[in-house]
Design a protein around this ligand. Structure first.
Ligand SMILES: [Zn+2]
Length: 330
């Protein structure tokens, strides 16, 4: 789940407590910068780093109050954004030294725009560093379509939206060779960022299944699902496609657009309900001199957004077979 503020973090934790499952809270580079504040000095990604680190520390501080396990993750990072990634790794190593665990559980490196060899080579270098403090790497193969966080792939050649099994096998071999290296693959199977009118997205989750079969045969060790996949662009996907992707070895789905909408829809609903109380500091349908402070207190509209987002997240948890899973082990 992508977050951009303490409000969206609270929505995540509220939802996880309600559905009784774990939660992956992730920061995009832009989301981290937003947390630091849009006018904070961002030389060498300083604000992107500081905001992501502050967000992670905030989650650690409050998550205990909800009693839910949280995985802290960061989203897409292309080569030109590596200063952000390096800053997060410095913070992880410092935190690991003091606490015996990394600040973040995992990070994504998205070099899918580059030739396979360069993508895998850089991922392997980073995984060697990450593995030393128990951090998992999420890498991307193929291209997630659509537009998100300032990266626009809406006009990309459609063949690149579908990952080939041979590419995943190459990644599998390279990254498996790293001691203590753990990784997931965000493979493209027609998934896109954003929500579009029906008919514009051609999801082919059987690509994931075919890839598992291909790698399983190469390994020959009887494991039918050797690869852990990540499903980007979960928003707008049918429960059927989501469940199929899980069956094919998907262990993480990203959802952003649908919860962005849910948050806004909560704010919109609040404004619509109290519109006549929100047009000035004094004066509403109950009287010309009535004060409106309790209606325009920002917490009122923001709380409405939080509630709507938490509700949407509970629906996502249902799609993902994640209801009450914390009680399964008890
Ligand atoms: Zn994505």
């Amino acid at each position: 789940m992508n977050v951009v503020s303490s409000c969206s973090i609270a929505s995540c934790l509220e939802a996880a407590k309600n559905y009784g499952g774990p939660m992956i809270v992730q920061f995009s580079r832009g989301g981290g910068q937003f947390i630091a504040g849009k006018t904070a000095d961002n030389a060498d990604d300083a604000a992107c780093i500081a905001g992501s680190v502050a967000g992670a520390l905030h989650v650690r501080q409050v998550a205990e109050l909800y009693g839910v396990p949280v995985i802290l993750h960061t989203d897409h990072c292309q080569r030109s954004w590596l200063p952000w990634f390096d800053g997060l790794m410095d913070a992880n190593e410092k935190y690991f030294k003091a606490n015996g665990e990394p600040l973040f559980s995992s990070h994504m490196l998205d070099l899918s725009e580059e030739p396979l060899e360069e993508n895998v080579g850089t991922c392997k270098e980073y995984l060697q560093r990450m593995a030393k403090c128990d951090i998992l790497l999420e890498m991307e193969l193929g291209v997630t379509g659509g537009e998100e966080d300032g990266v626009d792939n809406t006009d990309i050649d459609s063949s690149r939206l579908y990952t080939q099994p041979e590419e995943v096998w190459e990644v599998y071999q390279q990254l498996s060779s790293v001691p203590n290296g753990r990784f997931t693959v965000a493979a493209a199977f027609g998934n896109v960022h954003g929500v579009y009118a029906p008919g514009n997205v051609d999801l082919q989750p059987q690509i994931l299944h075919n890839t598992q079969k291909y790698i399983s045969e190469k390994l020959g060790d009887g494991d039918p699902k050797p690869t852990c996949f990540v499903f980007h662009g979960g928003s707008g996907s049918s429960r059927e496609d989501i469940r199929y992707a899980i069956e094919a070895g998907t262990i993480k789905m990203n959802i952003d657009t649908d919860t962005q909408w849910a948050f806004w829809d909560g704010v919109r609903e609040y404004e619509a309900k109290y519109h006549d109380y929100l047009q000035g500091q004094i004066g509403n349908p109950e009287g010309e001199t009535k004060p409106n402070k309790k209606y325009y207190d920002p917490r009122m509209a923001l709380r409405s957004g939080e509630e709507a987002m938490a509700k949407r997240l509970c629906e996502a948890a249902e799609d993902l077979n994640c209801i009450d899973v914390l009680n399964w082990s008890k």
